[in-house]
Write a protein that binds this ligand. Structure first.
Ligand SMILES: Nc1ncnc2c1ncn2[C@@H]1O[C@H](COP(=O)(O)OP(=O)(O)OP(=O)(O)O)[C@@H](O)[C@H]1O
Ligand SMILES: [Mg+2]
Length: 269
């Protein structure tokens, strides 16, 4: 599995973007990386897929430091893929199908397999209905789905989602949540970076808190969000279910349905 060992990264002219980062993806099945703008989330993801190379420290894949020659990176990207924050960075082709097929063709899969996987993944993200449209006519949310479909078709071991719900309407946010849950059930490891605390709280089972390039805390969602000061220190807000717990004396629920069931049960007595 993917891990880092004292990873430090400095952009050429900038200050240090990541300092001594130790993360290990075997700690959870859906991992959250949370932090405010500029805390280093995207930089960390770029290091994890080998696009950026640590200034100090290492990225480990199955306990071996990753290598940066072309062939090794190509192998790594079959196993570890990323859905970028901005879908325009991910989409290269003007047709939806062609775009979702791009990475598979690039990796040398035969056309039958490409067709099978691409149709399956376009369907699973609800993108079949606009698969004949030119990409430049699609909305941001539709492009995001196409980008996800292209990544799903790779069937990799680890999928990194950088801000998967940024700029999406509530219905699309829920759709992305469902897609992520389904991916995780199919045994791929998912890592999500976000400052949407409700999303992270409900989806993730292990969380790292990034603050100015450092990990200031890690643990289960319950541990992270009930610890005083950590979330405010990192400049973030508490998920609404945590606020209900802290301010109304209710137990800490993981989903709104659990809260409603509890409340309805209370009313009955
Ligand atoms: N190409 C670059 N060159 C120099 N500095 C950069 C570059 N990209 C990012 N940085 C700096 O590195 C730090 C971390 O940025 P990064 O994009 O990783 O943060 P982030 O947590 O993903 O933020 P956001 O929530 O806005 O996406 C910031 O201080 C940023 O200014
Ligand atoms: Mg970012």
């Amino acid at each position: 599995m993917l891990a880092t060992n004292e990873l430090t990264f400095q952009y050429d002219e900038g200050s240090i973007a990541l300092k001594n980062i130790d993360i290990d993806l075997k700690k959870g099945s859906i991992i959250g990386i949370i932090g405010v703008n500029g805390s280093g989330k995207s930089t960390l993801f770029m290091n994890l897929i080998g696009v950026l190379r640590p200034t100090k420290g290492t990225v480990l894949y199955h306990n071996e430091p990753i290598k940066y020659d072309k062939k090794s990176l190509r192998e790594l990207r079959k196993k570890v893929s990323i859905v970028f924050q901005d879908p325009d960075k991910q989409i290269f082709y003007s047709k939806v199908y062609e775009d979702a097929a791009f990475a598979l063709r690039n990796l040398g899969f035969d056309e039958d397999e490409v067709k099978k996987r691409v149709n399956q993944s376009l369907e699973s993200v609800g993108a079949l209905e606009f698969s004949n449209k030119p990409v430049h006519f699609l909305s941001h949310g539709q492009k995001k789905r196409v980008a996800i479909a292209g990544v799903l078709a790779l069937q990799s071991e680890v999928i990194l989602f950088d801000e998967p719900t940024a700029g999406l309407d509530p219905k699309s946010v829920r759709a992305i949540e469902e897609i992520i849950k389904a991916i995780s059930l199919e045994k791929a490891k998912v890592v999500i970076s976000s400052h949407d605390m409700d999303l992270i709280y409900q989806l993730c089972d292990y969380i790292y808190v990034l603050d100015k390039g450092c990990i200031i805390c890690e643990g289960s969602a319950e541990q992270i969000f009930t610890k005083d000061n950590i979330i405010t220190k990192a400049g973030l807000t508490e998920p609404w279910l945590v606020k209900v717990h802290k301010n109304m004396g209710f137990p800490l629920f993981k989903s709104e349905e659990e809260l409603y069931d509890y409340y309805n049960e209370l009313k009955r007595h």
